[in-house]
Design a protein around this ligand. Structure first.
Ligand SMILES: [Zn+2]
Length: 217
């Protein structure tokens, strides 16, 4: 597989959570090489890989990949165009759960710590300065990676769809196939090519800013 290291590096976990440390590297299991950041997972048949991978790595339990049942064409150019059409930063109107103030987590008050003249620490609650004590805001500034794109009516995180686009580009694919559309809390299955599958969970309750309508082949 061309650009194998780069390809797997797109999917591994790069954060600080200790309980996800087992996801920092790709790992081998049952004839496949897996890589995941706990939001997206790729599985590649071992025979397509040149490097060798850790047999002991990865979480104890792996999510199951749904059986293929559809054949929607996901075109790389089309996906990149949609991603590029979203501004890197944009201030948008928010409502419902999304309108909860991030600063005070919707509580309307924030805890302040201060030191008095004797050097003693005190803390007190004040109205949140971001939402003026309301707990809700009318607009938020979002990065492109935080937005959602609907694929045939279901929202997916734009940052993860960008990961898929980059990974397709790494291994020289101009299109891939959505073989299972997310439903009933099951993930979407994308067959990048024969032997290389990706699963990605939808983002529930996030209003999509763009839509992709794909056709069956
Ligand atoms: Zn607030």
């Amino acid at each position: 597989m061309q650009n194998e290291k780069l390809f797997f590096s797109r999917f591994v976990y790069n954060g600080e959570f200790i309980n996800r440390a087992c996801l920092k590297e790709p790992f081998e299991r049952n004839g496949f090489i897996y890589a995941s950041d706990a939001r997206i997972m790729v599985r590649v048949e071992k025979c397509l890989c040149e490097d060798s991978y850790n047999h002991q790595g990865g979480p104890e339990k792996l999510p199951s990949f749904p059986a293929p049942e559809s054949n929607y064409k996901l075109d790389l150019k089309e996906l990149i165009e949609v991603l590029k059409s979203i501004p890197q930063y944009e201030t948008v109107a928010v409502s419902g759960k999304e309108a909860e103030c991030d600063e005070c987590e919707g509580r309307g008050e924030v805890e302040w710590t201060y030191e008095d003249s004797n050097g003693e620490e005190h803390f007190d609650y004040f109205d949140c300065p971001i939402c003026d004590g309301k707990g809700k805001v009318k607009t938020k500034e979002y990065e492109r990676e935080e937005r959602a794109i609907a694929i045939n009516g279901t929202s997916f995180n734009a940052g993860l769809l960008q990961t898929i686009a980059e990974a397709m580009n790494d291994i020289g694919l101009s299109y891939s196939v959505i073989a299972y559309q997310a439903k009933d809390s099951r993930p979407m299955l994308i067959q990048l090519k024969k032997g290389i599958d990706v699963i990605i969970m939808p983002c529930i309750g996030v209003e999509p800013c763009r839509e992709l309508h794909l056709k069956q082949e």
